[in-house]
Design a binder for this molecule. Structure first.
Ligand code: HEC
Length: 98
């Protein structure tokens, strides 16, 4: 019983660690953050993108891939905002500037 639970607990711990603290998101990126949360949680939990760490240009490709999915609601405009947030998420985060 305990043995079976262990991998699940580990997974939950990893997911929690990868989350972004909303208080840490810079004011300038609030809107991008909101767009990301709405669009990217439609088909799967946000833990999917949170658990992946990519350089900015890779996120551009990834968001384009998600955009092509049926009913994603992602277009060039909100896609650019989402990428903006994801770049910050995996960027160096110096002095709170985006
Ligand atoms: C229309 C549905 C849909 C939307 C909207 C969507 N995704 Fe996905 N996403 C999927 C599906 C289905 C998979 C699993 C299959 C795959 O990996 O190709 C997936 C997988 C992923 C993965 C891979 C996770 C892994 O474990 O490898 C990441 C990262 C991801 N999505 C990020 C995003 C981001 C960022 C957004 C917002 C821009 C987004 N998704 C929006 C359907 C969607």
């Amino acid at each position: 019983m305990v043995r079976r639970l262990a991998p699940l607990l580990l997974l939950l711990a990893l997911e929690a660690r990868a989350d972004v603290d909303p208080d840490e998101v810079p004011e300038a990126l609030r809107e991008s953050y909101d767009v990301f949360r709405v669009r990217c949680s439609k088909c799967h939990p946000l833990s999917k993108p949170y658990n992946v760490k990519l350089p900015g240009d890779q996120w551009v490709k990834y968001v384009a891939k998600m955009k092509r999915r049926q009913g994603s609601g992602i277009n060039d405009e909100n896609g650019a905002k989402i990428v903006e947030f994801l770049r910050w998420k995996d960027g160096p985060r110096d002095a709170g500037s985006p």
